[in-house]
Design a protein around this ligand. Structure first.
Ligand SMILES: NC(=O)c1ccc[n+]([C@@H]2O[C@H](COP(=O)([O-])OP(=O)(O)OC[C@H]3O[C@@H](n4cnc5c(N)ncnc54)[C@H](O)[C@@H]3O)[C@@H](O)[C@H]2O)c1
Ligand SMILES: O=c1ccn([C@@H]2O[C@H](COP(=O)(O)OP(=O)(O)O[C@H]3O[C@H](CO)[C@@H](O)[C@H](O)[C@H]3O)[C@@H](O)[C@H]2O)c(=O)[nH]1
Length: 433
């Protein structure tokens, strides 16, 4: 089937390449000419494991093309909307200007039998209002909402073999049939598919991210208590996680969640609930956000403590600037935020990351970056692990001990073996343990 994907960022580029892998004829549309140029050469414009191979394969097969011209996508049967929905600069609400612009550019170039499929994460009510706009413009194109649940770092596998596929569709339309054809490959393997209305589909996505964020803040709240009484939050998580009703996943306490999704999505949900007169229904999400942001302050507090009362002029190496490993994404990254806070307090920060330095530099040009890990560690008074990249988890404490000036490490993700670091002469500080 001929498919277009509008917006080729972390979500859209992967979706476009995955649709080509499923055998479809795909055109990706993005307003950023540099991104389109790189994608057209089969190169990934960001770091995502497995994506370069998929892009190269798709472009070489002739089934995957990219353009800046929306008109080039006019003859596609299905148009996936995958543009960004960031937080507004001056409020918690989602900024829908890219969605609005994408729809406005699309409507004049598509025929009446086209299906416009939203994948971006939007406030509940958006799909219905887009459908209304399309009708008002005199187009017969149908709108469906098909939220995306991929995780960065696992985006390719999550797209090709998702846990579930959700369609929000209008009654009596053709979208279900068309989407079943798009996803025939994954559906044939037995992946659950749920068909519902627009509002439910939009809320499924928002609710999923709200639940995940709540789970992380719950365990971080337990970490705050554990810190006071000398308990170990990782053992607590293991113990409660054995209860299948609770589950161990997403119970890793540490410096909290970041990224281009969970933080802005819970805030947008709160803002939308307020508009709907239901602020109190999700008031707990404000607390989830507050607990999460407190973890960053806590790390600065711990750094100050272990350095004898001040970080001023102390050499601190921050290991990890991306919001999670196996991604170059630094949007709302706790590690980068902590590095910037410490720098602001006069610490001599060495900020390092295997993939994120380039993006971090754009957001925080004032920070000193050091790409070489050993050079970053040299003469440090304090090491802080902020992103659990494999190379940081696998650090040899003896080797690090030879490089640093002061053997103290704050394990912001609780992923290191405290005993191994203590035996190498380090003061090991975990979060909530
Ligand atoms: N990143 C993820 O892991 C992920 C997962 C699930 C859902 N989402 C949701 O998907 C959406 C996109 O997120 P992202 O992380 O890919 O964002 P992104 O910023 O990486 O990508 C958005 C892309 O859209 C392009 N764009 C903006 N306006 C356009 C227009 N009018 N026409 C064509 N292209 C346009 C931008 O140039 C950019 O390349 C968001 O709603 C997000 O919440 C993201
Ligand atoms: O136990 C945990 C698990 C995660 N995190 C942090 O939470 C953040 C988000 O992690 P993750 O959810 O794996 O990353 P994303 O790629 O942002 O994916 C989330 O956001 C996407 C965009 O909406 C959704 O599609 C995914 O389903 C949802 O998991 C990261 O900073 C992690 O370090 C923790 O602190 N503790």
């Amino acid at each position: 089937m001929k498919i277009s994907v509008i917006g080729c960022g972390y979500l859209g580029a992967v979706h476009a390449a995955a649709m080509a892998k499923l055998g479809h004829d795909v055109i990706g549309v993005d307003t950023d000419p540099l991104k389109v140029e790189r994608l057209s050469r089969g190169e990934a414009p960001f770091f995502e494991p497995g994506l370069p191979e998929l892009l190269r394969e798709g472009v070489a097969s002739g089934r995957l093309r990219f353009t800046t011209e929306i008109a080039d996508a006019g003859d596609a049967r299905v148009h996936f909307l995958a543009v960004g929905t960031p937080q507004m600069a001056d409020s918690d609400a989602a900024d829908l200007r890219f969605v609005d612009a994408a729809v406005a550019s699309l409507v004049p170039v598509i025929p009446d039998d086209a299906v416009v499929v939203g994948k971006s994460t939007v406030p509940v009510g958006t799909a219905a209002s887009i459908a209304e706009r399309i009708r008002a413009a005199g187009s017969g194109a149908e709108v469906a909402w098909n939220p995306e649940f991929l995780r960065e770092g696992f985006a390719v596998a999550d797209t090709l073999t998702p846990d579930r596929i959700v369609y929000g569709v209008p009654d009596g339309g053709r979208a279900v049939e068309v989407l079943d054809e798009v996803y025939a490959g994954p559906l044939a393997t037995g992946i659950p598919r749920l068909v519902t209305d627009y509002a439910t589909a939009e809320l499924v996505k928002t609710a999923a991210n709200a639940f995940l964020a709540t789970k992380i803040s719950f365990i971080n709240a337990m970490a705050e208590i554990a810190e006071v009484v000398g308990a170990d939050v990782t053992q607590l998580a293991d113990a409660i996680g054995h209860d299948a009703r609770i589950g161990r996943r997403f119970l890793n306490a540490g410096i909290g969640f970041g990224g281009g999704c969970l933080p802005k999505d819970i805030r947008a949900f709160s803002a939308r609930a307020e508009e709907l007169g239901r602020a109190e229904s999700v008031a707990f999400l404000r607390e989830v956000d507050a607990i999460n942001l407190r973890r960053r302050e806590r790390v600065v507090e711990l750094a100050t403590q272990v350095l004898g009362g001040s970080v001023y002029r102390k050499r601190i190496v921050v290991l990890g600037l991306t919001f999670k490993p196996d991604s170059d994404d630094v949007r709302d990254s706790p590690g980068l935020d902590i590095a910037a806070r410490l720098h602001g307090l006069g610490a001599l920060v060495a900020a390092t990351d295997p993939q994120g330095i380039e993006n971090a530099r754009v957001r925080h040009p004032q920070l000193p970056y050091e790409a070489d890990l050993d050079a970053a560690l040299s003469d440090a008074d304090l090491v802080i692990l902020t992103t659990e990249w494999a190379e940081y988890r696998g650090l040899d404490p003896e080797h690090v001990g030879e490089l640093v000036a002061g053997p103290t490490i704050i394990d912001g993700r609780n992923v290191l073996d405290p005993e191994a670091w203590r035996s190498a002469g380090f003061e090991y500080v975990g979060l909530g343990r």
